[in-house]
Design a protein around this ligand. Structure first.
Ligand code: CTP
Length: 421
C-alpha cells in the first residue's frame, strides 16, 4: 500500500544559498553536512567531530549504522546534531530519507568508516541508510577509516580504498597509535582537527589553486649545548593556520615548521629547528614558490659555539658568544622573482606600525603583518590574534581580535588582491 507522502520542508541547498558575503571565505559555516558513523570503537570520537562541525556553523545531520549504535548513544548524537540522528531506511516520518539526505548534502563525512562500510561503498551495495545515502549523493564524500592494523593493511581493504580514491572520494588516512585492546599500530581514526581541515578543504572555494605557497611557522631553537637552547614564545599557531587556510583554498602548500602541531595531509611539511635550517629549507624552495609567508619567529642571534657536552654548573657561569643569523626575509626580498609575493611578520611591543613599516621597506617585502604582542589576546601563545597588514602599495588593513584562522583568511584575501593589482 502506498503511504501518503508527508510534505517535505525544502531545506536550502548550497546552490540556493546567497553567495558568502566575505569574498571566497571558507564555506563550512552554513553548509549541510551528513555525518555518517559506522560501527567501530572509534564511533565515540564522532561525537567530538560532530561538536566541532556544529561549532564551525555547519548544519549537521548525523546518520548511524546499526553497528555504530553499539558504541555510541542515539541521544548523544541527537542532542548535539542539527537534527535527530537517523538510523533507518524505514522511518515512518520520512519515507525516502536517503535521497533527502544525499541530495541536500554539501558534503558527506563518514567517521569512522569500518572495513565493511568501505567495502559496501566500493561495490555500490546499499543495504542501510548510510550506504544508501552515500550512493544517492553527488556531493563530495570524505571517508575516515578506522580499524585494526591487520584489517587496514589487508589487500582487500586497500583495494577498496584505492577504488574509492579513484572515484574522487577523499580518504583521510588513519593514524598510527593505540588501538582497541591495547594494540599499537596504523588504523586509529585521524584526529578531529585533521578531519575538520579536510572538511574545510572540500567545502572551500579554491581561489589559490595553481599557486605554490610556502609558509614558515614557530620559533626557532638555537642550541647552546645538547640540552639547552635559545628560543622564543612563538607557538606556531598563526603559521599553521596560514598553511591550512592556503591548502583549503587550493594552493600547493609547503609548511616549514619548528612545532609539533599536527598538519593536514594536504600540507607538505618540513620539520626544522634552527634559524639556519629554516633558512636553507626556505631558500631551497623559494624559486618555485609564488607566495612566501614568513610567519616564523626566527632567532636573530645564535651561539658561535655549541658545547658538545652539557655545560655543568661546577664549571662556573658560562659566557655565550652570539653571532647574527642570516635574515631569510631580507634575502627573499632581495632575490624576489617576477610575480612572487613575499610576506613578513613584525611582532612588536611599541611603535608597532612605524617598526613594521621600517621592516617592510628594509626587507623588500610586499606585505607585512604587524601585531602588538604586548596587547591582551594578541600574538604569541594565544589562540587569537589582532593584526594590521601593511602593503608596499600603501594599502593598510586592520583585523580586530579574532581566531588565527580568521586572520589567515584576511591575509590571503589581501595577498590575492595585491597580486591582482
Ligand atoms: N626574519 C627572518 N630571518 C631572521 C629574522 C627575522 O626571516 N633571521 C623574518 C621573520 O620571519 C619575520 C620578519 O623577518 O617575518 C621580522 O622579524 P623580526 O624578528 O620582527 O624582525 P627583525 O628584523 O629581527 O627586527 P627586530 O628583532 O629588531 O625587531
Amino acid at each position: 500500500m502506498l503511504r501518503p507522502q508527508p510534505q517535505q520542508q525544502p531545506r536550502p541547498t548550497r546552490t540556493d544559498r546567497p553567495p558568502s558575503p566575505a569574498r571566497l571565505e571558507a564555506m563550512i559555516a552554513g553548509s549541510n553536512i551528513v555525518l555518517g558513523i559506522s560501527g567501530g570503537i572509534a564511533a565515540y570520537k564522532a561525537v567530538e567531530l560532530l561538536r566541532r562541525l556544529i561549532d564551525a556553523g555547519a548544519h549537521v545531520a548525523p546518520v548511524m549504522t546499526d553497528g555504530a549504535a553499539h558504541f555510541v548513544g542515539e541521544t548523544t548524537l541527537s542532542a548535539l546534531g542539527s537534527e535527530p540522528v537517523q538510523t533507518s531506511l524505514w522511518d515512518e516520518s520520512d519515507p525516502i530519507p536517503h535521497t533527502r539526505l544525499g541530495q541536500n548534502a554539501d558534503l558527506i563525512v563518514v567517521a569512522p568508516a569500518t572495513a565493511r562500510l568501505i567495502a559496501d561503498y566500493a561495490i555500490g551495495r546499499s543495504h542501510d541508510l548510510l550506504t544508501a545515502t552515500l550512493i544517492a549523493t553527488r556531493a563530495p564524500v570524505i571517508v575516515c577509516p578506522a580499524m585494526h592494523t591487520e584489517m587496514w593493511e589487508h589487500p582487500a581493504v586497500q583495494d577498496n580504498i584505492a577504488t574509492l580514491r579513484r572515484r574522487g572520494v577523499i580518504v583521510v588516512d588513519p593514524e598510527e597509535g593505540r588501538l582497541a585492546g591495547g594494540d599499537v599500530g596504523a588504523g586509529r581514526l585521524a584526529a578531529p582537527e585533521i578531519i575538520v581541515a579536510a572538511v574545510e578543504q572540500a567545502l572551500t572555494a579554491p581561489d589559490l589553486a595553481g599557486l605554490s605557497v610556502l609558509v614558515t611557522a614557530g620559533g626557532t631553537r638555537e642550541p647552546i649545548d645538547p640540552v639547552r637552547f635559545i628560543g622564543n614564545r612563538s607557538s606556531g599557531r598563526q603559521g599553521h593556520a596560514l598553511a591550512e587556510e592556503a591548502a583549503a583554498r587550493g594552493a600547493a602548500v609547503t609548511l616549514v615548521t619548528t612545532t609539533a602541531i599536527p598538519s593536514s595531509p594536504a600540507v607538505d611539511r618540513v620539520q626544522v629547528s634552527t634559524a639556519a635550517e629554516m633558512h636553507d629549507a626556505v631558500i631551497g624552495r623559494s624559486a618555485s614558490s609564488d607566495v612566501i609567508v614568513m610567519a616564523a619567529a626566527v632567532a636573530d642571534f645564535t651561539p658561535v659555539v655549541v658545547a658538545e657536552h652539557k655545560i655543568k654548573k661546577a664549571d662556573g657561569v658560562p659566557t655565550i658568544e652570539l653571532r647574527p643569523t642570516t635574515d631569510t626575509l631580507a634575502a627573499l626580498g632581495t632575490n624576489k622573482t617576477p610575480g612572487q609575493t613575499i610576506v613578513g611578520f613584525a611582532a612588536e611591543t611599541f611603535d608597532v606600525e612605524a617598526n613594521a613599516l621600517g621592516k617592510l621597506t628594509r626587507k623588500g617585502a610586499d606585505l607585512i603583518v604587524a601585531n602588538d604582542v604586548g596587547a591582551p589576546g594578541v600574538g604569541f601563545e594565544h589562540e587569537t590574534n589582532s593584526v594590521t597588514i601593511l602593503c608596499a602599495s600603501g594599502r593598510r588593513h586592520e583585523v580586530g581580535l579574532t581566531s588565527k584562522r580568521a586572520v589567515a583568511r584576511e591575509i590571503f584575501n589581501l595577498i590575492i588582491d595585491e597580486r591582482r593589482a
